[in-house]
Design a binder for this molecule. Structure first.
Ligand code: UD1
Length: 435
């Protein structure tokens, strides 16, 4: 298993380009299932999760061609299988997104039930309830969601919780349903808007994406088209925090600043100088950061996917602050690792009280989920000494070449291939797991 080694203490300098958004690229690739014409998608980030999505689509019978710039042409004219197997769903929960499109186009789908994960139970009841309202018959057998339908029909669907993939799944399904569907209390995330833009380019009739009420008038068929995935706002936010905590000054390029307003506001409150242009953000860290209170909530509020990075920021800021996680249960695994590096954090239910310390100390640490691992990498960039970060496959699921991008801004970071470490430094190879 690969690991990362960081040497702390270098303020980040320079600029970094942001890749396409993972959370938009996955559903946009899956939109290809809704048509027999080819869909070309560009700005796809090079990540484990995008590879897994391609593997899943290929298993369903979609033909995929990738060019040298990582644009993907997906041709679903010969889909011959409607089963998303456990082996793929267990590594990527977003596989549930094939349920709506397969059902809408082929009248059948079987998707392994996603289990619990490191950040909570994450049910999919809203996906199921919404499809049932559109006329699907759904049962759960042998760990699989089995869905059957004639042509789906439009429905008025109220989402009890604001679910991103739930909204996307139902929106995709409704494009081919007979009549009009309305999704109330829909997720407003920019990735939902990107999926709607792609579907509209394919001939769908979707209005209101980006608001909490989305109206979809079903059409008989969708065509192919071309779509460019939006930039990854969480990757951008992660690099901005990296600059802030390391005392650096960087420019983040190819980003949509208005999509990270909540994060930029908190960085300013922490004392950083933040400037924005059409597609860039420049940040200059203050001499000493100030603690900021955080409360995660659905977009446009502060994103849960930036919570771990701000726990780290508060760990080395002046004063004390609370970080309240309202979206996911059990999304504080990074706190135990940060404590091992000297952070002063108390956990009470869904609230972390963080008291800033002068500095963090290097320690072997272990990544537990995607965003928790980003926070540990950033911690390693500012800790005294060398930090060994284990289980970084989590980070490879969601960050395109993170160590290259950080190294290009001066960070002391390198990847150690697992087999090398086991051969040359056997004692350290197992250090993370032991910690
Ligand atoms: C998506 C993002 C993830 C982000 C999250 C919240 C993708 C691929 N992933 O995850 O990075 O952290 O949004 O912004 O886009 N819920 C239910 N029933 C359901 C569905 C969800 O109760 O059927 C609950 C969840 O348990 C959670 C909340 O709703 O508490 C939000 O989850 P949701 O928005 O669905 O997360 P994902 O779409 O899985």
């Amino acid at each position: 298993m690969d690991k990362l080694i960081t040497t702390g203490g270098v303020p980040l300098q320079g600029e970094v380009r942001i890749s396409g958004a993972k959370n938009a690229a996955l559903p946009v690739m899956i939109c290809s299932l809704l048509t027999e014409e080819p869909l070309t998608i560009s700005n796809i980030p090079h990540l484990h999760d995008t590879t897994t999505t391609m593997e899943l689509l290929a298993q369903l019978g979609v033909k995929l061609q990738v060019d040298e710039k990582l644009a993907v042409e997906a041709d679903a004219s010969e889909v011959n299988n409607v089963v998303a197997p456990y082996e793929l769903v267990k590594t990527m929960r977003a596989s549930i997104l094939v349920l709506g499109p397969l059902l809408a186009r082929f009248g059948r789908a079987e998707v392994s039930m996603p289990g619990g994960c490191a950040i909570g139970s994450r049910p999919v009841n809203l996906h199921i309830k919404g499809l049932e309202a559109m006329g699907a018959k759904i049962s759960i057998r042998g760990g699989y969601i089995r869905a059957r339908a004639g042509r789906l029909h439009g429905a008025r669907i109220f989402m009890d919780m604001n679910s991103v993939t739930g909204t996307e799944n139902l929106m995709m399904a409704a494009t081919l349903a007979e009549g009009e569907s309305v999704i109330e209390n829909a997720a407003r995330e920019p990735e939902v808007v990107d999926v709607a833009d792609c579907l509209n380019a394919m001939g769908a009739d979707i209005r209101g994406a980006g608001s909490d009420e989305i109206t979809i008038r079903g059409v008989k068929r969708l065509g192919g088209g071309a779509h460019r995935v939006i930039p990854d706002r969480i990757e951008a936010g992660t690099f901005l925090v990296a600059a802030a905590v390391s005392g650096g000054e960087i420019t983040v390029k190819d980003v949509r600043p208005q999509q990270i307003d909540a994060v930029l506001e908190k960085l300013r409150e922490a004392g950083a100088a933040v400037e924005t242009g059409g597609d860039w953000v420049r940040i200059k860290a203050p001499k000493k950061l100030k603690s900021v209170n955080i409360r995660t909530a659905p977009y446009p509020a502060f994103p849960t996917d930036m919570q771990a990075q701000f726990v780290l920021l508060n760990s080395v800021a002046d004063g004390a602050a609370s970080v309240v996680e309202t979206v996911f249960e059990n999304r504080f695994m990074h706190i135990h690792e940060l404590r091992r590096m000297g952070a002063n954090i108390e956990l009470d239910g869904n609230t972390a009280v963080v008291r800033g310390v002068e500095r963090l100390r290097a320690a072997p640490v272990m990544a537990t989920d995607l965003r928790a691992s980003a926070c540990l990498v950033l911690a390693g960039l500012i800790a005294d000494g060398e930090t060994l970060i284990d289980r970084i496959y989590h980070i490879d699921r969601g960050y395109h070449c993170i160590e290259e991008k950080l190294a290009q801004m001066g960070a002391g970071i390198r990847r150690i291939p697992g087999n090398y470490l086991e051969r040359v430094m056997p004692a350290r190879a197992g250090a993370g797991a032991a910690g």
